[in-house]
Design a protein around this ligand. Structure first.
Ligand code: BGC
Length: 262
């Protein structure tokens, strides 16, 4: 009986590679499947989720629930898990959190609840959802969705709180917390331009305050570009200062794809 002798090329080929060329395994096929990211944006008034494809484009509708009061960890995590179940399958999770976050662990949550301090949100969500999870500050995530990736770019979000994020040639300086620093009249930036200030001052005076805050930040940081996002950015009126543009609040979810870039 004739036996088939391996050719010189087949002999030279490592075994695994020879197998792969002959018939792609199921694992290899699965590895080529585009990864879907569950993007989560936890805010002072709403908890939002959406699925993104590998390019960061939405592949599901956006789901939103009111942030529970008190805004403690478990009720918010339960909302995320319930929304995730409605979306269908995904491979990984990106979260924007409204406070300082170090390696997935929450340090502060000024507009949610003090009980968040020390919560390992990345580990908890990963366990509840059965997928790897990464967590960054919400303004940092929003920034990734907004910036051009060139020079010094500052991102400010006007929502319940005041978010801030700084990027140098597309690289994040994480957890820039301008919100609670002194701005004017003994008040912080967040006290002067956050949601409470908007409802107290009214649109016109709030707009003036925002412009003053921008002026001061420009002098302090000397950015090349400023992007303003967050739910209240749409309340800005009149011409914007130089090098400033308003970006969609959707960036808070769309930026989530950047958490999985190397
Ligand atoms: C927090 C920031 C957060 C911002 C917007 C501020 O109160 O300190 O970490 O990015 O609110 O949510």
């Amino acid at each position: 009986m004739a036996t088939r002798r391996p050719t010189a090329a087949a002999k030279a080929r490592p075994k695994a590679a020879a197998k792969k060329t002959a018939s792609p395994t199921r694992a290899a096929k699965a590895a080529k499947k585009p990864l879907v990211t569950l993007a989560v944006d936890i805010g002072g008034t709403g908890v939002k989720t959406m699925l993104l494809d590998e390019s960061g484009s939405p592949v599901s509708e956006r789901l939103r629930d009111e942030t529970p009061k008190p805004a403690e960890p478990m009720p918010i995590i339960d909302i995320i898990v319930a929304q995730a179940a409605k979306h269908g399958s995904f491979d990984r999770v990106s979260v924007g959190f409204p406070g300082v976050v170090h390696d997935g662990v929450v340090a502060t949550a000024p507009n949610l609840d003090n009980s968040w301090a020390g919560v390992d949100l990345a580990a908890t969500l990963s366990e509840r959802l059965g997928k790897p999870a990464r967590v960054l500050n919400d303004a940092d995530v929003q920034g990734f969705g907004a910036i051009a990736g060139k020079g010094v770019e500052l991102v400010v979000t006007l929502g319940t709180g005041l978010g801030s994020a700084l990027f140098v040639d597309g690289r994040l300086v994480p957890n820039l917390e301008l919100a609670h620093h002194a701005f004017r009249d003994g008040k912080t930036y967040e006290e002067c331009v956050g949601a409470k200030a908007l409802s107290k001052l009214g649109k016109k005076r709030w707009n003036k305050q925002v412009r003053k805050a921008i002026e001061q930040l420009d002098h302090a940081i000397n950015y090349h570009a400023l992007f303003i996002g967050g739910g209240n950015a749409k309340k800005l009126e009149g011409d914007l200062p130089a090098r400033t543009s308003v970006v969609s609040n959707a960036c808070g979810l769309l930026g989530g794809i950047a958490l999985w870039r190397n």
